[in-house]
Design a binder for this molecule. Structure first.
Ligand code: ATP
Ligand code: MG
Length: 555
């Protein structure tokens, strides 16, 4: 079914049709370099880059770096890496800080035209004069300073003659406006802080509202797309542009992406990192792009997710199951298959010749043509999953138990004859016989079995570490719960299996390689693997409750 245009596509299509801005489309993605990008940002990235591409336009990457205290080049670098990895190219890389001189001139223009003034009031006094949504605010005693005095003071602010907080520059709009953002909003504050790009050149910095729209105008952005919380800022965005008579960029809002069982504000993610609740920004349990990449997500799966979520004007919370569904679909089609035994128990095939090893063939990916086969050494001694054996099976048990038969994947049918236990009652060895005529691909045994088990040959197996991740939070929306969001961290979000046994074909796997471990889930090689000690992250389990839920429903 052809999907209709979303409301933003409709707006852009209409503008292009009407030749607005000469039919030109220029969007921008404007991250503040104060943290790593998260899955919410990927929504905005796909939207901004996607819209431009769809209508033959371009997208700028603009770092909104107006707050020197929280920003850092580490974040700039990671943001660029993540956008590229997601598959997008920006037309220009810009920084709001590149425009500081121009924005300063804009401020002087507003002062000269009587639309801005320097206020000596403290932050508390300004807040007290602001009024409430139902009561008008009060004019500051500094509101009617002369243009000359304002220009003089603003120059002295820039020259560093005042301390932080001693003065601010405010727009002279309307202290009685029902929109609180129009009650003489701040344009500049004094901050004697080192900026990651401009160094110590500036000690006054523009506020978001007096930097964002101005940067849009300077770049001649046609469609400035942001999240709904900025809707109330739009009248101010337009007021500044109108009073300055600069390029009429226009702002459009859409609902931000919220995901359950996680938090998404960079401020909160930074706390998780700094307080070591996780192992860095790219800890595979984090909702950051870098963490998803490390966990085994592909750019395609994230773009597909953004697409399925769609664009709306109403806030909602998306089930993380949808994200998992998207990666599962991708990996099912594209990941190579392998066998890894998480909790190994020895299995001996008593009627298989001692000292013999044969090389069987395992399908690399039955879902994808021409992916071929891999070698699977097979011999008398194997590892199988401890949980695949039961001393006393219940009814309808199709795995291994005394007297029962199963197929070993890509190998033979075996029958359990006996088992050995140690003093503590733990099974140490399972003894079986195999049916030589039952070899996979050439089975003439005529025997039908219900269960198929994964296995690895004991002498060729390589020990690996496997990391199983669960949700980082125990509740759907940790931020809306009582108390602190960190009270709801899941203490069991990481299980490390340090003695799994993998088939030998995995020996050459390298960082980022993705596999389906048969019957276990999708896994990818972690960056901290070292030769001889591979570490696998579980990307997602095989079970797809989401797919069942979605059957017959169009999302
Ligand atoms: P956070 O609140 O998570 O720190 P932010 O909005 O402060 O995010 P920015 O770096 O300012 O982060 O965001 C860059 C762009 O990404 C903005 O246009 C913003 O609206 C958008 N964005 C941020 N979070 C989301 C989200 N959850 N869903 C969609 N877009 C988002
Ligand atoms: Mg922000």
């Amino acid at each position: 079914m052809e999907k209709g245009l979303n409301f933003l596509e409709e707006i852009v299509a209409e503008d292009v049709k009407n030749g607005k801005h000469g039919g030109r489309v220029l969007t921008r993605f404007p991250p503040e370099p104060n943290g790593y990008l998260h899955i919410g940002h990927s929504k905005s990235i796909c939207l901004n880059f996607g819209l431009a591409k769809q209508f033959g336009g371009k997208t700028n990457l603009r770092f909104d770096d107006t707050n020197p205290v929280t920003e850092d080049t580490e974040y700039v670098d990671s943001i660029k890496e993540d956008i590229k990895w997601l598959g997008f190219d920006w037309a220009n890389e810009f920084y709001a800080s590149d425009y500081f001189e121009q924005i300063y001139d804009f401020a002087c223009t507003l002062i000269k035209n009587g639309f801005a003034y320097v206020d000596d009031s403290s932050a508390e006094e300004i807040a007290a004069m602001k009024g409430t949504p139902t009561e008008p605010g009060k004019d500051s005693p500094y509101r009617n300073r002369s243009v000359e005095e304002n220009l003089g003071l603003f120059t002295r602010m820039r020259n560093g003659e005042f301390k932080d907080g001693e003065k601010v520059l405010r727009a002279k709009v309307d202290m009685a406006s029902p929109n609180m953002h129009l009650r003489d909003p701040l344009m500049y504050r004094i901050k004697h802080a080192h900026h990651h790009r401009t160094g110590d050149k500036w000690c006054i910095y523009p506020m978001y509202d007096f930097a964002h729209g101005q940067s849009d105008s300077i770049e001649q952005i046609t469609h400035s797309i942001c999240t709904l919380e900025f809707e109330v800022h739009r009248p101010l965005y337009e007021w500044f542009i109108e009073k300055l008579g600069i390029f009429p960029s226009h702002q459009y809002e859409f609902a931000r992406l919220n995901l359950n069982y996680t938090v998404m504000s960079k401020r909160k993610l930074l706390q998780l990192v700094n307080e070591k609740h996780v192992d860095g920004w790219d800890d595979p349990r984090m909702p950051t792009i870098s963490a998803l990449r490390r966990r085994g997500y592909t750019p395609e799966s994230i773009r597909e997710f953004a697409d399925r979520v769609g664009v709306a004007r109403r806030e909602n919370i998306i089930d993380v199951g949808l994200l998992e569904f998207c990666i599962r679909e991708d990996l099912n089609k594209n990941a190579l298959r392998a066998m890894v035994v998480m909790d190994p128990v020895k299995l001996i095939i008593d009627n298989y010749p001692a000292g013999q090893t044969e090389i069987l063939k395992g399908e690399n990916n039955p879902e994808k043509e021409d992916t071929g086969f891999r070698d699977l050494p097979f011999s008398r001694e194997l590892w199988i999953e401890r949980e695949d054996f039961k001393e006393v099976p219940e009814k309808k048990y199709f795995r291994l138990a005394p007297g029962l038969m199963v197929r070993l994947k890509s190998a033979y049918i075996i029958k359990c004859e006996s088992f050995e236990k140690d003093a503590s009652g733990k099974i140490t060895v399972i003894h079986c016989t195999y049916i030589p005529e039952s070899k996979s691909g050439n089975d003439t045994s005529g025997i039908n079995v219900k269960g198929t088990l994964h296995w690895v040959e004991a002498h060729h197996a390589i020990p690996v570490e496997v990391r199983l991740y669960e949700r980082l939070f125990k509740v759907e929306d940790p931020s809306s719960e009582e108390g602190n969001f960190k009270d709801y961290i899941n203490p069991n979000s990481l299980e490390i299996i340090s003695s799994a046994m993998a088939e030998p074909s995995l020996k050459t796997a390298s960082t980022g390689d993705k596999f389906q471990f048969l019957r276990k889930g999708y896994f990818c090689v972690d960056k901290n693997s070292i030769p001889g000690k591979l570490i696998f992250n579980r990307t997602v389990t095989l079970k797809d409750t989401w797919a069942k839920e979605m059957k017959g429903r169009l999302i």
